[in-house]
Design a protein around this ligand. Structure first.
Ligand code: CP
Length: 309
């Protein structure tokens, strides 16, 4: 297993062994962060964000700073030379001289893959259009391991926008490689997971998938409930978004029917698919999930930079 120098564009760029290595190091970092405070001393992270972000960009920045490294970058492409017409290839070739590792978010699917083809330093996909979000998946796996102690024998319901949600696509592709995982996919019929994704998961991993439009129907029977927002920015029509935006709202009333040991997750940002009253439920772990995202990204960067131990 050699992660040093790799690009991470798609969840499938990492084997299960590599995923477990990253998860275990992330949890060691969480347990004793001081031990790792100089791990990336002298290293520079470039954050190239062509699309808005709070968690991904700031958790990457926090992760590098916590390991003694430094951060450069932009959070709005309008303030970079993209505004003057510079293409991704030229931007990446230049940033290669300024940094040791890059994380890129872009509204266009495939943009981080293109970037990786012009980069001699690792490029990490921080989310590309409705395609993939591999470091959100690392965050999700670290959270499942932390709260459930293993990543196997899990029935997970994923609810919301399964068509455009890149966090969902990465999670499905990755979790289906773990033992005995069952998926309950809850969405409006307009926002079901893409056929090609469903077919490939079933063909390659023979996982059980049950699709439904009803959250109430299955909330009592899952170990993990992963809520997601309806992705307004990916809709072609405002009217269609308005029609679907409140398809699912998780309330304390609905949560009464869930298991006592349910793990309730959300990649965030939340819009209104989880009511604020749910936040005090001990099963709601989405803010802890965002916190664990820092350790997931610390671990990933350390290993890609050859500093993992
Ligand atoms: N979960 C996630 O990707 O959040 P941001 O869009 O705020 O980065």
């Amino acid at each position: 297993m050699k992660l040093q120098g790799k690009h991470i564009i798609d969840a499938s760029d990492l084997s299960v062994g590599e995923l477990n290595l990253i998860i275990d190091l992330a949890l060691r970092m969480r347990a004793n962060i001081e031990e790792f405070s100089e791990l990336c001393k002298g290293k520079i992270l470039a954050t190239l964000f062509y699309e808005p972000s709070t968690r991904t960009r700031l958790s990457f920045e926090s992760a590098m700073l916590k390991m003694g490294g430094s951060v450069i970058g932009f959070s709005d492409a309008e303030t970079s030379s993209v505004k003057k017409g510079e293409n991704i290839a030229d931007t990446i070739r230049v940033v290669n001289n300024y940094a040791n590792i890059i994380v890129m978010r872009h509204p266009r699917e495939g943009a981080p893959l293109l970037a990786s083809q012009y980069s001699e330093i690792p490029v990490i996909n921080g989310g590309d259009g409705g395609h993939q979000h591999p470091t959100q998946t690392l965050t999700d796996l670290v959270t499942i391991k932390y709260y459930k102690e293993h990543i196997k024998d899990i029935k997970i319901a994923i609810c919301g926008d399964l068509l455009f949600g890149r966090s969902v696509h990465s999670l499905l592709k990755t979790l289906s490689r773990y033992p005995n995982i069952e998926f309950v996919l809850i969405s409006p019929s307009e926002l079901r997971i893409p056929h090609h994704l469903k077919d490939s998961i079933i063909e390659e991993h023979n996982v059980k998938i049950y699709e439904t439009t009803s959250l109430e129907e299955c909330i009592n029977d899952v170990n993990v409930l992963y809520m997601t927002r309806i992705q307004k920015e990916r809709f072609f029509s405002e009217d269609e978004y308005i029609k679907l935006k409140d398809s699912y709202i998780l309330t304390p009333e609905k949560l009464k029917y869930a298991r006592k040991d349910l793990l309730l997750m959300h990649p965030l940002p939340r819009v209104n698919e989880i009511s604020y009253e749910v936040d005090i439920d001990p099963r709601a772990k989405y803010f802890e999930q965002a916190k664990l995202g820092v350790f997931a990204r610390m671990s990933l960067m350390a290993l890609l930079l050859g500093r993992g131990c």
